[in-house]
Ligand binder design. Structure first.
Ligand code: WT7
Length: 637
């Protein structure tokens, strides 16, 4: 890993070069990958349209970089270690050689099922090795994967399948999650009633839950593998892809109702995830790296699959949840596999912290060398607990700030090399040019200042478009500030120039590290027959970071408790259980301006319990509405 930064001076040098001569810098990094044909042009860009091209003219396949090129030296080394939900079930280890063989096999299954370069494939699987195999098999033949997190509802799957016009769905009979079984295939069946584009469904056996297999449409994963085996040639050459060909789509929530399909390209994403993985965590050959995310989110794409594998790392994936069978599960896994690098979310840390120290104290965590967090701001108490109780005071913590749209880490400490402060994402990685903007579109220079966080210059891992709607991409990220990528986050820059992310400045919530649009939840609630109108805001939640607070105007005759349950059910049906409100307060009216706009600022304050600082309410149609809502809110928590 010759591009690994080894000292603070090297960081400064790399950063300087990346800003002064970005093409030379990224060209040099890209030399560390395997290209079928080298690029002719490192970067071509404008943020107006936007039009961003990295490594133009380059030909490659990302799976050759993640698999084939390692076989000679690392063929028998573990690529994936899989820990099942049930600690009594056998774990699995796939060496690089075995993973390549399985990926080639399944690539041929995809071809047999009429999938070709450019086709979209929806993957709705639990956290089993076959999920990695399916993702890489798509990439090997140039099919575009769209992984949907196993917690999303049939309706959410249908929306995503229809938006991308997927031809194939890969799922399993079910999934194990703690004590629960997720009925994945049944949920897919419900979704597919609305989807015309889907021709085939490949079903993996996992839980042996009874399911219906539809003739002509549904086939078993295991049968398809057998077919490939009898066909003879198990190999599958990697499709030659253009640097800018789409690698995958991943849907994420924004401030409007409909999730958007973030589009990532091949070469830039590969270079960026590989570079950031090797640097942020300072991965050393032979180490075991454990990222607790689900592959259904970008963290799993970039830092369970593509980043670690392109660097020849051993990536541990875990099927279950941190609290099953008890709150020591993560620590048992660290002990069992001698994990060196652990990457998890603040919400998981807070929830485990709440169970008490006895779950972590008597475990052998001495293998740990680096800790990471991702997904939301981390409070100092959780940071300290992670540092002292998990890292025993010996491990640097990298608080990695980035987004689905970014592909990889943008602002983060480099483990043990650049400084760290609890709650701070600290300094930008080489190639990343952050800036803070004020309301008038002016850049805020200097230190000890706050503003809206933007990025001035492209980096290879950034999104290229939103699927099927380029204008929406321009509008969302590139129109708020001229010639800037707007992140949607607020940020403080300390006197020393360190960055601290303060949270979203738009109508996007971050609940347990999951991104949820308030409009999306409102739309779901409004579908309930007895709901007239609703407004969603976030409020501080001790474990989830943010909780979901719903103000709902319902028909008069309702039974409040029953309707509350029904609303939760409705949200679960429309979006998924992750979007269920924590608090539902029935109100008779919402505070609106004279032009009819809901004043969320006031609702947010009430939800936060900050009744003393409601601000100016004189522009409301009817200021007395606020009094009534405050009264009702007192009974809610
Ligand atoms: C939003 C992106 C890509 C990571 C998984 C979440 C928040 C993310 C941090 C952090 C403070 C963070 C931001 C960002 N966020 N990491 N280290 N500190 N906030 O990806 O679902 O695309 O959400 O998560 O608000 O905009 P995502």
């Amino acid at each position: 890993m010759s591009f690994q930064i080894k000292s603070f001076e090297e960081y400064q040098k790399a950063y300087k070069e990346s800003v002064e001569n970005p093409e030379q810098f990224w060209g040099g990094i890209a030399e560390n990958f395997f290209w079928k044909r080298k690029w002719t042009n490192v970067l071509n860009w404008n943020f107006k349209e936007p039009d961003i091209k990295w490594f133009e003219g380059g030909k490659l396949n990302i799976t050759e970089n993640c698999l084939d090129r390692h076989i000679y030296q690392l063929g028998d080394k573990p690529a994936i270690i899989w820990e099942p939900n049930d600690p009594h079930e056998a774990h699995r280890v796939l060496s690089y050689k075995q993973l390549l063989q399985k990926v080639e096999q399944f690539s041929n299954v995809l071809k047999n099922n009429n999938i070709r370069k450019g086709d979209r494939v929806c993957i709705y699987l639990p956290m089993v090795p076959e999920l990695v195999i399916a993702v890489l098999a798509c990439a090997r033949i140039g099919a575009i994967h769209s992984v949907v997190f196993g917690g999303f509802s049939a309706q959410s799957i249908a929306d995503r399948i229809n938006d991308a016009e997927c031809k194939l769905v890969i799922t399993s009979d079910g999934g194990f999650r703690g004590k629960k079984i997720l009925e994945l295939k049944t949920i897919v069946d419900d979704a597919l009633m609305q989807c015309k584009s889907v021709e085939k469904v490949i079903v993996l056996t996992r839980t042996r839950t009874p399911i219906s297999m539809i003739k002509g449409r549904d086939v078993w994963w295991e049968d398809e593998i057998k077919k490939v085996e009898t066909q003879g040639n198990p190999a599958c050459p990697a499709e030659e892809m253009d640097a800018e060909d789409t690698l995958f789509i991943l849907y994420t929530s924004g401030s409007t109702g409909k999730p958007k399909g973030v589009v990532h390209s091949t070469a830039g994403y590969m270079v960026y995830t590989g570079y950031t993985f090797a640097n942020t965590f300072q991965y050393q050959p032979g180490e075991v790296y454990f990222c607790t995310a689900d592959i259904g989110w970008i963290t799993g794409h970039s830092y369970i699959v593509y980043g670690p594998l392109s660097q020849g790392a051993t990536s541990l994936m875990f099927e279950g949840i941190p609290t099953y069978p008890d709150a020591s599960r993560f620590w048992d896994i660290v002990e069992k596999y001698k994990v060196n690098i652990l990457y998890t979310a603040p919400t998981a840390i807070r929830s485990l912290m709440a169970f008490g120290d006895e779950y972590v104290q008597n475990k052998d965590l001495s293998s740990l060398r680096v800790l990471g967090t991702v997904g939301e701001p981390i409070n100092e108490e959780a940071w300290n607990w992670y540092h002292d109780k998990v890292g025993k005071g010996n491990c640097p913590i990298v608080d990695t700030w980035w987004q689905t749209e970014n592909g990889g880490h943008l602002i983060t400490p480099i483990a043990g090399i650049t400084p760290e402060i609890p709650g701070y994402a600290m300094l930008p990685l080489p190639g990343v040019q952050p800036c803070l903007m004020d309301e008038n579109g002016e850049e805020i220079e200097g230190n000890d200042v706050s503003g809206n966080l933007c990025i001035k210059f492209p980096w290879p891992g950034m999104l290229r478009t939103t699927w099927g709607d380029h204008e929406r991409c321009r509008q969302t990220y590139f129109s708020t500030y001229e010639d800037m990528y707007f992140t949607g986050d607020g940020c403080y820059r300390s006197p020393e120039g360190y960055y601290r992310i303060t949270g979203r400045v738009d109508d996007v919530l971050n609940v347990s590290g999951h991104r949820i649009g308030t409009a999306e939840v409102e739309n779901a609630i409004n579908m309930h027959a007895d709901v007239v109108e609703s407004a969603i805001v976030g409020y501080p939640h001790p474990v989830k970071g943010q909780g979901i607070y719903a103000y709902v105007i319902a028909n008069h005759h309702i039974d409040a408790e029953k309707t509350r349950q029904d609303i939760l059910q409705t949200v679960t049906r429309i979006i998924g259980a992750i979007a269920k409100p924590d608090i539902i307060q029935f109100v008779t009216e919402l505070p609106k301006t004279r032009s009819g706009k809901i004043m969320r600022r006031i609702l947010r304050k009430i939800a936060e319990g900050e009744l003393g600082s409601l601000g100016d309410t004189s522009t409301l149609q009817d200021p007395t509405v606020v009094e009534a809502i405050i009264e009702g809110s007192k009974e809610m928590k």
